[in-house]
Design a protein around this ligand. Structure first.
Ligand code: PLP
Length: 436
């Protein structure tokens, strides 16, 4: 029996994208990442149209690191996106979607990766350090590619929800004092198209942070023009467009953000007679965050001093819980015993680590073995951080589109654990004892 007809109680969920949750679990097993394509496309349109309606020189580059499933990349590419890639692997996947605009924003790059990015003729190449220019001399540089630097400006972002990625303690970008020397060197290298990049925070819900970023970059663009007579073709304000994990109404006001950013760009262009740059935005979390769910089954319930409800969603499947002390909203889908009572429990996974707690002391409807747990808002930085700690397989992934579910990553098999392992010959011979 399942509870799809049951009265709604808080935390109870029956369907995702019009499909019954118990059917998804029956078909694909758990743990299971479920992405709702309608949500992805709504979020995409919201951010894209907010900026485009105010500034038509726009390039949206979805940030591949956030969720790199190729089916998701293809879906987002079909909506019109290019990609922000930070590694050889991400460029490889982005290229598989077809002809996409690629902005490569790497750091501490190996020569092999630099060469790969150049050979694949990415459209925009952001350098994290001036020293990389000396190494670029050894490679062919495509005249169509724009080059620029990631700037580390120590702006006070004043946003408690966010993650700061700049300032003296950040590993990213070049400081303001090096900018003129850096762009001069770039010009001397024969570069003909220029860009500039700054991303100093993630999950920011304050529109004025983005205005501050645009203002800082436009000031620098003016200084570069005055000193080097270089016009900047692309202004890249990175990602960082924040969502509120437990209250969608508190997500970043994207209309306001787009207005602040584009007004700032237009103001500087007019005032200082600058070339109107193409604006690159690199959203990730904003598009995928609210679009993903993680489903798990309850396998064991223990009552000691506290009640522990044990599910097969362990923190190896959702590392952002211990990593960022993330609190994901939890819903349940109960299959039996539908009494309308709640209790406080610790919801935990199966990993041998005390930190494997999904939610501490959470009030949930009374649960039984076999019931299903749903974590919300896990579409971004969810699966990509998953791992095989405790020799547990990673979750399966599915995409829901127009009322149908599609498998987009198979369940890993046990052979995954030794697939790439090589056993040295001497271990195949029968031997005993210690090495001399
Ligand atoms: C260079 C760059 N661009 C874009 C993003 C995506 O950020 P968000 O998911 O906050 O939009 C990141 C995330 O770390 C990043 O490093």
């Amino acid at each position: 029996m399942h509870n799809s007809e049951n009265m709604k109680i808080k935390n109870e969920i029956n369907k995702i994208g019009s499909i019954e949750i118990y059917k998804l679990v029956q078909k694909y097993g758990t743990p299971l990442y479920v992405y709702d394509s309608k949500n992805i496309s709504l979020n995409y349109k919201k951010i894209y149209n907010s900026f485009l309606s105010k500034y038509n020189k726009l390039q949206l580059c979805y940030s591949v690191k956030v969720n790199n499933n190729l089916a998701i990349l293809k879906y987002i590419h079909n909506l019109g996106a290019g990609f922000d890639c930070s590694s050889k692997g991400e460029i490889y996947l982005a290229k598989k979607t077809g002809k996409a605009f690629i902005s490569y924003v790497g750091n501490y790059n190996s020569n092999e990766e630099l060469k790969y990015a150049l050979d694949k003729t990415v459209d925009n190449f952001i350098l994290d350090d001036i020293s990389i220019l000396d190494r670029l001399k050894n490679f062919d540089i495509n005249k169509k590619t724009s080059f620029g630097f990631r700037i580390n400006a120590d702006l006070d972002i004043k946003d408690d929800s966010g993650i700061q990625l700049s300032g003296p303690n950040s590993k990213f970008g070049i400081s303001e004092k090096h900018i003129i020397a850096a762009y001069k060197k770039l010009k001397n290298l024969g570069v003909q198209k220029f860009s500039i990049h700054m991303m100093i925070g993630s999950n920011i819900v304050n529109p004025f942070y983005f205005k501050a970023v645009a203002e800082k970059l436009m000031t620098i663009i003016k200084i570069i023009k005055e000193n080097l007579n270089i016009e900047i073709d692309f202004i890249d304000i990175g990602g960082g467009f924040g969502i509120a994990y437990n209250d969608k109404s508190k997500d970043l006001n994207i209309e306001r953000t787009a207005k602040e950013v584009t007004d700032t760009i237009k103001k500087y262009v007019k005032k200082y007679n600058l070339k109107e740059p193409i604006l690159i935005i690199e959203p990730g979390r904003y598009i995928l965050g609210h679009s993903g769910y993680l489903l798990g089954k309850i396998h064991s319930i223990k009552k000691e001093v506290k009640k522990y409800v044990g599910t097969d969603i362990s923190i190896n499947s959702i590392l952002r819980i211990p990593l960022f002390k993330a609190q994901h909203e939890v819903s349940v889908h109960r299959l039996n015993n539908l009494q309308n009572k709640t209790e406080r429990v610790n919801l935990c996974g199966q990993i041998c680590w005390d930190g494997d707690i999904l939610r501490k002391d959470i009030k949930l409807p009374i649960l039984n073995i076999g019931d299903i747990i749903v974590l919300h808002d896990v579409g971004a930085y969810g699966f990509c951080h998953s791992n095989q700690f405790n020799t547990r397989t990673r979750p399966t992934e599915i995409l829901i589109s127009n009322g149908k579910s599609y498998l987009i990553r198979e369940r890993e098999r046990l052979t995954e654990f030794d697939r790439l392992v090589k056993i040295p010959d001497f271990l195949n011979q029968e031997y005993r004892g210690f090495e001399e």
